[in-house]
Design a protein. Structure first.
Length: 254
């Protein structure tokens, strides 16, 4: 597990930050162009008008205040600007503590790690987690997530529209559903032995636990063992049911 975490970390001596797909939401959205085309508009926030969206895109936190009219108050003005920026970030965003273990990671490195082990991108992973954490009684706070994305996730560097947030969440759900169907079919089809499935389950469980740890979830040994036992129990039932089904079909054919 610790070896995998090294892949998220950037070298301490890096002299410059490489531009990444995340710096431009449009470029990053290319990763899920097909998914975005089928994403449904499930946003629960009131979507901004085109004029409001344009104004929000152009106005940064520092634009909220006019320039200090007193040229002798530059030092005080700088402190005031810092306080204004902090005040502009919602309190629950400031206190959000997930993804802190990848403070030094770049988007490309996190994305490559996920691409090698899962079907989801770093963008989809991060936003799916945020949508789960910023859910209220009336729905997901997609506007808050999009406006504060760089503050919430260290490896995200730009803000997103509510529509872009919703597209990433929809893409995540679709990929989980498809990968789940693929895995279960493989488990039920008889292509793998029980031992091969056990080994596969161990590997994928370790990756899933690592991602949870990166998000800041501390799993105790007892919780890990309990989760593994639940998964193993379900997979045993799947294998047994699949075996019985295939035997019944063979009997019918005879």
């Amino acid at each position: 597990m610790t070896d995998e975490s090294d892949e998220f970390e950037t070298g301490a001596g890096d002299a410059e930050e490489a531009t990444r797909a995340d710096a431009d939401p449009g470029a990053e959205a290319d990763e899920t162009a097909a998914d975005a085309a089928t994403a449904t508009a499930e946003t629960t926030d009131a979507e901004p008008t085109d004029a409001e969206a344009a104004d929000a895109a152009e106005a940064g936190p520092a634009d909220a205040d006019a320039a200090d009219p007193d040229p002798e108050a530059d030092a005080d003005g700088a402190d005031s600007d810092t306080e204004d920026v902090e005040d502009a970030v919602p309190e629950d965003v400031q206190k959000y503590a997930r993804f802190k273990k990848v403070d030094g990671a770049q988007y490309d490195r996190v994305n490559d790690f996920l691409r090698q082990r899962t079907y989801v991108t770093a963008r989809e992973w991060a936003i799916a987690r945020l949508c789960a954490d910023f859910r209220t009684e009336t729905g997901v706070e997609m506007t808050k997530i999009g406006n504060n994305l760089p503050e919430l996730v260290p490896f995200m560097t730009d803000t997103y529209t509510p529509q872009a947030v919703n597209q990433a969440r929809s893409a995540f759900r679709d990929k989980v559903r498809k990968s789940g169907a693929t895995f279960l079919y493989g488990a039920m089809s008889g292509f793998f032995t029980a031992e091969e499935l056990d080994e596969m389950m161990y590997e994928v469980t370790e990756i899933a636990k690592f991602l949870l740890e990166v998000e800041g979830v501390d799993l105790s040994v007892e919780e890990e063992l309990e989760a593994e036992e639940r998964i193993s129990s379900v997979m045993r039932e799947v294998r047994e049911a699949s075996t019985e089904l295939r035997q019944e079909e063979l009997s019918d054919e005879e």
